[in-house]
Design a protein around this ligand. Structure first.
Ligand code: NG6
Ligand code: CA
Length: 510
């Protein structure tokens, strides 16, 4: 009742400027490490792995061919998706370690807090990877605060870090779920005792071998990044994650049928360790990576089914995105490479996760709203970072002056309004703070690598020798194979200056 009253006030009380008579539910489904070429409708050669549910979304909605994640790793893309601000503006936004504190500070406006202002119920279910707790780090046995609830989410059910980082537990609101206080969790970066079994000391017991990192604490027969002890009653099986996201999402949607809601459904698929449920194992003929794609697609299908069952399908805008481009071998021997056949995860681009080639950030991007969005294919440039400003426009909430600094209102493009224009440019980055950027402007693409910084930093990011600046014409060189910087000095100069201006000005939206 209170909620309804608030809604009425917001709708008719003059503080709302919504131009849209009807405010849909919003579900953003974010996949993890899913490449442009991994999805059937994006042209993947999928003899062995099919994505009928994602394809159905795209065929019934808008399939964007220039949809970008903000970064080519997880934490910076998720940071910019939620805050509407480029992650390179904020220190500490590169891949978050197991004990990372909350990266987005309470009081920061986010897509969730904006929608909450408009009377939406808000939830995040699935992978978080944006840190939890005060600057001293999370206390896993007490309140994990601040977290999503302090930045606009009413409810959270999380995989707190990544599935390959410890601990393998769920966090519901502020607490680790099913934690036995007599078996507290300890998480750290050093081996807790000499006899603590690790991926090195007990390598022969592993179900999936590691080849890079992932050799600390063993859980579920798989070595992880980081050490932990305790919390045994709270630990999950990797095989059950997708089912759990689905169960929790259904439960939460069912509770919110009478009010508008925003659900950030954040799948861990297809991130390593790829360990899909037994019923999906072997379904793809393309290793567990392929099976994880099938599992992800099943998750999408189940969400659509729930919306249909609850008669919400015409009242819900569904957005499907990925957090970064694809990777095959990401530190475990799961035969992703060997079983690939003629499947090309970044197709038709080059590069992938960790770099600023198109394959690193240009990913599947679909909007679907039955009855409202006309099926179409759009070549307009759109980005995960734009969802904050665009959804704010949809529900009639103003953007703060000092927040959501790089999010463009491209609502009309996302809804397929005829003649509407997307961005003319987008900045992308790698894992951050190493001076690596991509700038796409119309058909041009600038890559900037800070060659001085490159090799001081994180060698695991597998960089190759590149000039500081390179320029590509995507119109005739989609795979960024011919650097034309010398051929087009004026364009090069313009792009260099533009990128620096965007970085220096601290804000790129109007
Ligand atoms: C890297 C991990 C990789 C993955 C990545 C984060 C190693 C050798 N590699 O450091 O496996 O976890 O971090 O991926 O440990 S992301 O999609 O969440 O950004
Ligand atoms: Ca990722």
């Amino acid at each position: 009742m209170k909620n309804n009253l608030l809604l009425l006030l917001l709708l008719f009380g003059g503080c709302s400027k919504s131009i849209h008579d009807e405010r849909p539910n919003i579900i953003v489904i974010m996949a993890d490490d899913l490449g442009y070429g991994d999805v059937g409708v994006y042209g993947a050669k999928l003899e062995n792995v099919k994505t009928p549910n994602i394809d159905r979304l795209a065929n019934g909605g808008i399939k964007f061919t220039s949809g970008y994640a903000s970064a080519s790793t997880c934490t910076p893309t998720r940071y910019s998706f939620l805050t509407g601000t480029y992650a390179f503006r904020q220190k500490g936004t590169s891949i978050a370690p197991p004990n990372a504190p909350a990266i987005i500070k309470p009081g920061t406006e986010t897509i969730a807090s904006l929608l909450k202002k408009a009377g939406y119920s808000t939830a995040v279910i699935g992978k978080w990877h944006l840190g939890l707790g005060e600057t001293s780090g999370p206390n896993w046995n007490e309140d994990l605060k601040p977290g999503p609830k302090e930045i606009g989410f009413d409810y959270n059910f999380l995989l707190p870090t990544t599935n390959d980082r410890v601990p393998q537990v769920y966090v519901e609101n502020h607490r680790v779920l099913n934690l036995d206080q007599n078996d507290p969790i300890w998480v750290g970066s050093k081996k807790p005792s000499d006899d603590h079994p690790t991926g090195i000391s007990h390598r022969n017991t592993l179900r999936m071998n590691w080849n890079d990192g992932h050799n600390n604490t063993i859980h579920n027969g798989i070595g992880r990044i980081g050490f932990y002890t305790g919390g045994h009653s709270a630990r999950f099986r990797d095989e059950d994650l997708a089912d759990e996201w689905q169960k929790q999402a259904k439960k939460w949607i069912e509770k919110n049928t009478d009010n508008p809601f925003f659900l950030f459904f954040s799948s861990h698929d297809i991130h390593v360790p790829r360990m899909p449920h037994e019923r999906f194992q072997g379904q793809s003929n393309m290793s567990y990576r392929g099976d994880a794609i099938i599992q992800l697609d099943w998750n999408v299908g189940q969400i659509m089914k729930t919306l249909e069952q609850l008669d919400l399908i015409e009242k819900t805008l569904v957005v499907f995105i990925s957090d970064n481009g694809p990777v095959l071998d990401d530190g475990y021997d799961d035969y992703a490479n060997e079983a690939l056949g003629n499947h090309k995860p970044s197709y038709p681009f080059s590069g992938g996760k960790y770099n600023v080639r198109e394959g690193g950030t240009r990913t599947p991007f679909i909007t679907y709203w039955k009855g409202k969005i006309q099926p179409n294919v759009s070549d307009e440039i759109v980005s995960t970072i734009d969802l904050a400003a665009s959804m704010a426009e949809l529900v009639g909430v103003e953007l703060p002056k000092d927040g959501i600094l790089d999010s463009f209102n491209i609502l009309d493009v996302l809804l397929g309004k005829e003649g509407s224009k997307g961005r003319d440019h987008i900045v992308t980055q790698d894992n951050g703070l190493r001076g690596t950027y991509g700038l796409r402007e119309n058909e041009w693409k600038l890559q900037r690598h800070d060659t001085k910084k490159m090799y001081n930093g994180d060698l695991s990011m597998k960089l190759w020798d590149v000039p500081e600046y390179s320029l590509f014409n995507l119109e005739n060189d989609i795979s960024e194979s011919e650097n034309v910087a010398n051929k087009y000095p004026k364009i090069l100069n313009h792009m260099k200056t533009k990128l620096q201006l965007i970085i220096d000005s601290g804000k790129s939206r109007k």
